[in-house]
Design a protein around this ligand. Structure first.
Ligand code: ZN
Length: 413
């Protein structure tokens, strides 16, 4: 059987970055009535292209199956909404956005970001493929089209609404199978003197922070600045600046503009590229060794949970993020080792995590059950969550963070 083809350059994907085995789609949360049925598991076999170095998961599941009824509402995370507000304020200053400007956000979710654009009196439009999530934005008075972005959609939206001074695509770029067509859609949406702002989890941080649970089926590409530049260049966009962000375990926000208008890239671009090169991310050989790192993380977590089980210590989870499901499925952790988890999103209450069938309850359940340990699954929000869970210390409970190395944390810190 021939290897799959690279989604950027078309070369054969003959090299493995890491193979996490088989897992169900991480957002396919289950109702009680589905527990006695079979579930479909797909490979989580991440490849690296030997030609262009794009680290990628072949599209084992089509995006239409995942994103048309997406369960994630961005507004349920306080820190995420605050991050969006800071972004809008910063972008408005940077680009001098005014009442006559036009902002388009792709994958606008429930309007968590564009609500801050509306508040500034700037015209905006959201493009969001999940109808149920888009409806939440429309309910807030944020114009939203229910569509997937590609070159054709981008041209149609631009023809109907004009081209944008700012196109925002936060945490979606890595989540589209046909990333080149998506990038061409961004180019179609943006004015010739406009900017495209993209946030992506940074491959460098994934490798350094051992963040292997950020690998899941919806996450098709694992981007460095180098490979991001290559994808955008294929659509006529040039990266002129980059910000390094702490979000999602370490992200990049790239600023690009149509190539014909781009000046020399900033010093920040050169700095990030140099960091990547030093970490080996600009060669094929430099990407080796991640499988061993992943095995270490798994061994430590499973050893801890087995020891808790031997001692009779009760362990619950906090959060039901997609990344939690990669970790739990890869480690083979089920409700015998993690009794239940809790989440602030009421949509998930009374349901069960895919593959592992761990029940999801409201957060109040922690105070009722008083577990000895609470495993924080969205570790990227550990500071916010540790503060929220200060009360776990009242019954002597402790918090556990699985990555980058297993760590026991006292609540409130
Ligand atoms: Zn390639």
């Amino acid at each position: 059987m021939s290897a799959p083809a690279c989604r950027l350059c078309g070369a054969e994907l003959t090299h493995t970055f890491v193979d996490l085995g088989m897992s169900p789609p991480c957002e396919a949360i289950l109702e009680a009535g589905q527990l006695d049925r079979g579930e479909t598991f797909y490979p989580l076999h991440v490849r690296i292209c030997p030609q262009c170095l794009l680290v990628q998961l072949p599209a084992y599941i089509p995006a239409e199956e995942i994103f048309t009824h997406y369960a994630y509402f961005s507004s349920y995370s306080d820190s995420w909404v605050a991050h969006a507000k800071a972004f809008v304020d910063g972008a408005a200053d940077r680009l001098g956005l005014h009442a006559g400007s036009f902002v388009v956000e792709v994958a606008s979710n429930d309007g968590y970001l564009l609500q801050h654009v509306v508040a500034r009196g700037v015209r905006c439009l959201g493009i969001e493929p999940a109808a149920n999530v888009a409806q939440a934005a429309l309910d807030k008075g944020i114009p939203t089209e229910v569509r997937f972005l590609g070159e054709t959609t981008g041209a149609e939206v631009a023809a109907a609404n004009g081209r944008a001074d700012l196109v925002v695509a936060n945490n979606v770029f890595a989540h589209v199978p046909d990333i080149v067509d998506f990038a061409k859609g961004l180019r179609a949406l943006v004015a010739d003197d406009g900017y495209v702002s993209i946030e992506i989890p940074h491959l460098l941080r994934l490798v350094e922070g051992r963040e292997y649970d950020t690998i899941y089926h919806e996450h098709y590409s694992y981007l460095s600045l180098l490979t991001t530049q290559r994808v955008l260049a294929a659509a006529g966009l040039t990266v002129v600046d980059v910000d390094e962000l702490p979000t999602h375990g370490g992200s990049l926000r790239t600023w690009s503009t149509p190539a014909e208008n781009a000046g020399a890239p900033s010093a920040a671009v050169a700095k990030v590229l140099a960091d990547e090169a030093a970490a080996g991310l600009h060669t094929l050989e430099g990407h080796a060794g991640f499988s061993e790192v992943v095995a270490d993380v798994r061994n430590d977590l499973v050893e801890f949970l087995v020891e808790c089980s031997r001692k009779g210590a009760k362990v619950a989870g906090y959060g039901a993020p997609g990344k939690g499901n990669t970790l739990l499925n890869h480690c083979g952790i089920r409700s015998d080792l993690l009794a239940f988890t809790v989440d602030r999103n009421p949509f998930k209450h009374g349901k069960f995590l895919p593959g592992t069938h761990i029940p999801v309850h409201p957060v109040e359940r922690l105070a009722e059950e008083k577990p000895d340990y609470v495993l924080i699954l969205p570790w990227n929000l550990r500071t916010e969550i540790a503060a929220q869970l200060e009360y776990v210390g009242e019954w002597g409970g402790q918090l556990v963070v699985p990555l980058p190395s297993l760590e026991i944390v006292h609540p409130g810190r």
